[in-house]
Design a protein around this ligand. Structure first.
Ligand SMILES: Cc1cc2nc3c(=O)[nH]c(=O)nc-3n(C[C@H](O)[C@H](O)[C@H](O)COP(=O)(O)O)c2cc1C
Length: 369
């Protein structure tokens, strides 16, 4: 039988992976402690169980206290958090795995409850009319505070510090979470960014904040250890609405990233049916593959068959799996041996503790028990 493309090693000038299966970033809200730090017992075990992936990308991890917008998500801005992540990276490396941390700022997708009553930050004072998952349950979002130049500079510094912390914690690299309607995405889209200074207006201006953060991170982390995630055709979820300049904005960003020698860019196929939107792109990998010269990870609704197929078609180099990784810690081994894939339980996606987190068995264990 022909070797599966997903299981082939991957080598570029920037990245060497044992296979092309990537664990996609997933918020799991298990840092249920005062310091919002990952722990060896939960996070260390969870990621080590999944270390046969070619690359693990962690859950979104806030770069500062202002960056948070969901309950019990871990940070990467304090000493306690760095120490916690150190244990996680050690465990993954002991299992011969590779792990990047996803650096996160939710922007307006937050709530004053997280910020001692202060307003969340955003490019412009426009309510996303969405919900924030607070310690007291889901609450309606509010009209955020439009970031001042000082806020912007502080946030750039926070990303830089967080990236430096990530290196200290032993990560193999960092992924900028410039996706899914969060802070960077809010800067990209005209519907959430109506600024009249150099961070708003033109396509170049709306992507400026992202590139300033990237430059700042690059001053402390080599480019080949930096990735960036984008969801160009996100529409109608996470408070995001596309406009006629959305795709041209992402084209501009992706083209410009050719000059950076990053580890990769990580794209998502549309989360919803956008075929009726005149300005949306329905096939993201196909559209962006010819534009980007470096490593392209694609994500969103893939399984073993479609994952192998998209690599064979030449539309992506690596495929990231999210929900399948929740319930199949040994996803690579299951693909290799064409084993049954376990279903995930969405009721335990964000609950505290090991249930639905570290208790999904490997296929071989499940068969023998
Ligand atoms: C429980 C859960 C948490 C997620 N958290 C994040 C996150 O922290 N950062 C991110 O970029 N995407 C996050 N996502 C999106 C996934 O990475 C992925 O894009 C999406 O689930 C589609 O991939 P799939 O079809 O393989 O599940 C999350 C998805 C799920 C199901």
């Amino acid at each position: 039988m022909k070797e599966q493309s997903l299981l082939q090693p991957y080598h570029s000038d920037q990245l060497n992976l044992k296979n092309r299966v990537v664990m996609a970033p997933m918020t799991r809200s298990r840092a249920a402690n005062e310091e919002k730090k990952p722990t060896a017992a939960l996070h260390g075990r969870y990621y080590a169980q999944r270390a046969s992936a070619g690359l693990i990308i962690t859950e979104g991890s806030q770069v500062s206290e202002e960056a948070v917008g969901y309950v019990n998500t871990p940070g990467i801005h304090s000493e306690a958090q760095i120490a916690g992540w150190k244990e996680v990276t050690q465990e993954v490396h002991e299992q011969d795995g590779k792990i990047f941390i996803q650096l996160w700022h939710v922007g307006r997708m937050s709530h004053p409850d997280f910020h001692d009553g202060e307003l969340p930050l955003a490019p412009s004072a426009i309510n996303p009319e969405a919900e924030s998952y607070t310690p007291d349950g889901f609450k309606d979002t509010v009209t955020p505070k439009a970031m001042t130049k000082t806020d912007i500079q502080k946030t750039i510094d926070d990303f830089k510090k967080a990236a430096k912390n990530a290196m200290e914690a032993g990560f193999d690299g960092v992924e900028i979470h410039s996706s899914n309607g969060y802070l960077f995405h809010q800067f990209f889209n005209k519907t959430s960014n109506v600024r009249t200074d150099e961070y708003g207006g033109s396509i170049e201006n709306r992507s400026r904040f992202f590139f300033e953060v990237l430059e700042a991170i690059k001053s402390v982390v080599p480019a080949h250890k930096i990735g960036a995630r984008f969801n160009p055709s996100l529409h109608g979820v996470f408070g995001t609405a596309m406009d006629e300049e959305t795709i041209p904005t992402f084209e501009h960003i992706v083209k410009k990233l050719n000059d950076y020698d990053l580890a990769y860019i990580h794209l998502s196929e549309p989360f919803t049916d956008v075929s009726g939107l005149p300005f949306a792109v329905t096939e993201i990998a196909k559209h962006f593959r010819p534009i980007y010269k470096g490593t392209l990870i694609i994500n969103g609704g893939f399984d073993q068959q479609s994952g192998n197929a998209i690599i064979e078609a030449g539309d992506a180099d690596l495929v990231a799996f999210a929900k399948l990784y929740i319930s199949n810690p040994d996803l690579v081994e299951r693909f290799a041996e064409h084993l049954h894939l376990a279903d995930w339980d969405k009721d335990t996606f964000y609950t505290p503790g090991p249930e639905g987190y570290t208790d999904y068995p490997k296929a071989k264990v499940a068969q023998n028990s």
